[in-house]
Design a binder for this molecule. Structure first.
Ligand code: NAD
Length: 421
């Protein structure tokens, strides 16, 4: 089953529970617009390479399309379609006046210079320019794209329009129309939800061990935030492998080391604490997922827990910070093992929420303080959690299906109000 088929299956399961009107399901089962672009870029050595990119606009029922842009060698139309539909659901769970979209370019950015990345980005903007705009479709960062890439997008789009249009993307640098708190918003939103979930069980941070797959924007920031709150982060990983420190690792030092050395696997030496009588060891990505810890945080890519490894998962709580990290088959296996999953469309919605704040600030050209943003974000995330929890209790279903139900019911109302169905 492909990632998009998997996503549709989840939507259909949720729709079945609430006996959703067939027309609503049909409208939301297909993206409104899918675009593939192919464009040449001159590389530093003078050669020309053709790049393939995508923008999928899944639904603008609730407002302008919204969703990140990914640079990765595995980007495909199917992946972008799945991610775009998850964006529609995510925005609905946190009640944002936004629709869902996603984009990407199929290439490995680590193999290109910074100048080449800038030329590739600008060429992509020229190709998708008719589709995007502050009231049409607003991209944001995702895997391997960051605030620099967002600044190039805003700059190129502004040049094409011969006026300043910073609001065409979110996740920009704070000095150039970005929002305070956006860089770690996805992770911070996840911590708010985690506190609610653990609080319900009376568990305290200092008694909680955490393993994190993926140590980029989302994984690195959530490690820092949780470590600062007293959680024991025992293992982290990136695309090269993982590091396991049973006594707990220094999240900030690990991030500084990863930036310098290129991978967390190189950062064990700096973590050695003789007083703890323990040292760190390298683990594979597979081993990290199977560690016996209290919370497993998935913050890398989709399809990480599948029917092949679901049976070996020992953690009792999984926080999905990545999009689609657990397949539908694995979901069923984990449910039978009584493993609680906090689903992506709720857990990682903090990013798009602060992106929405950035859109609002760009329109006003007036910028808010970090504490104001954090307070507003917390309110939205906690409200969404309460709704999902109540829905899960009402229908005796998982948090994942409950989150989809919350989203579908809101989208149904909007589609009825707009006269679409
Ligand atoms: P990123 O590029 O900053 O980091 C990705 C990390 O995952 C890197 O450390 C990379 O080495 C690691 N990785 C890749 N393959 C791996 C593997 N097989 N095993 C272990 N680690 C692996 O990307 P990001 O922005 O942190 O996004 C991570 C996930 O979170 C994605 O699924 C993304 O869609 C989702 N997400 C991101 C945001 C955001 O604001 N950036 C918002 C919502 C959801």
């Amino acid at each position: 089953m492909t990632f998009f088929e998997n996503t549709l299956k989840l939507i259909e399961r949720a729709a079945e529970i609430v006996k959703l009107d067939k027309n609503v399901l049909n409208v939301l089962s297909k993206p409104q617009r899918i675009v593939e672009v192919n464009f040449p870029v001159k590389l530093d050595n003078g050669s020309i390479e053709i790049f393939t990119g995508y923008r999928v606009q899944h639904s603008d029922a609730a407002g302008p399309f919204k969703g990140g842009i990914r640079y990765h060698q595995d980007v495909s139309m199917d992946e972008v379609k799945a991610l775009a539909s998850l964006m529609t659901m995510k925005c609905a769970v946190v009640e944002l006046p936004l629709g869902g979209a996603k984009g990407g370019i199929t290439f490995d950015p680590s193999k290109y210079s910074k100048n080449e990345l800038e030329r590739i980005t600008r060429a992509f903007v020229i190709m998708i320019e008719p589709l995007i705009g502050p009231d049409k479709d607003v991209p944001a960062p995702d895997v391997n794209t960051d605030e620099h890439v967002m600044a190039w997008i805003a700059d190129e789009f502004s040049k094409l329009h011969e006026e300043s249009v910073k609001g065409v993307v979110t996740g920009k640098p704070v000095m150039y129309g970005g929002s305070k708190g956006r860089f770690d918003a996805t992770s911070r939103g996840g911590t708010f939800i985690l506190h609610e979930v653990l609080g319900d069980g009376g568990r305290k941070p200092q008694d909680t061990t955490v393993a994190i797959q993926g140590y980029g924007n989302v994984g690195g920031n959530i490690a820092n935030l949780l470590a600062a709150e007293g959680f024991k982060v025992v293992a982290v990983s990136d695309s090269h492998g993982g590091l396991y420190c049973p006594h707990g690792l220094d999240a900030l030092a690990t991030m500084e080391c990863k930036v310098k050395e290129g991978s967390v696997t190189e950062c064990g030496g700096s973590q050695y604490q003789p007083s703890q009588g323990d040292s760190c060891r390298e683990v594979s990505n597979e081993e990290l997922l199977e560690l016996d810890c209290d919370v497993l945080i998935l913050a890398a890519l989709e399809n990480q827990i599948t029917a092949d490894n679901a049976d070996k998962i020992k953690s009792k709580l999984i926080l999905e910070m990545a999009n689609g990290p657990i397949t539908a088959e694995a979901d069923e296996i984990l449910a039978k093992k009584n493993i609680t999953i906090i689903p992506d469309i709720l857990a990682n919605a903090g990013g798009v929420t602060v992106s929405y704040f950035e859109m609002v600030q760009n329109k006003q050209d007036y910028y808010w303080e970090a504490d104001e943003i954090e307070e507003k974000l917390k309110k939205i995330m906690v409200n969404a959690w309460k709704k999902v929890k109540a829905t899960s209790e009402k229908y005796s279903t998982s948090y994942r299906l409950a989150a989809f139900i919350v989203a579908l019911e809101r989208l149904k109302e909007i589609l009825i109000l707009r006269g679409t169905v």
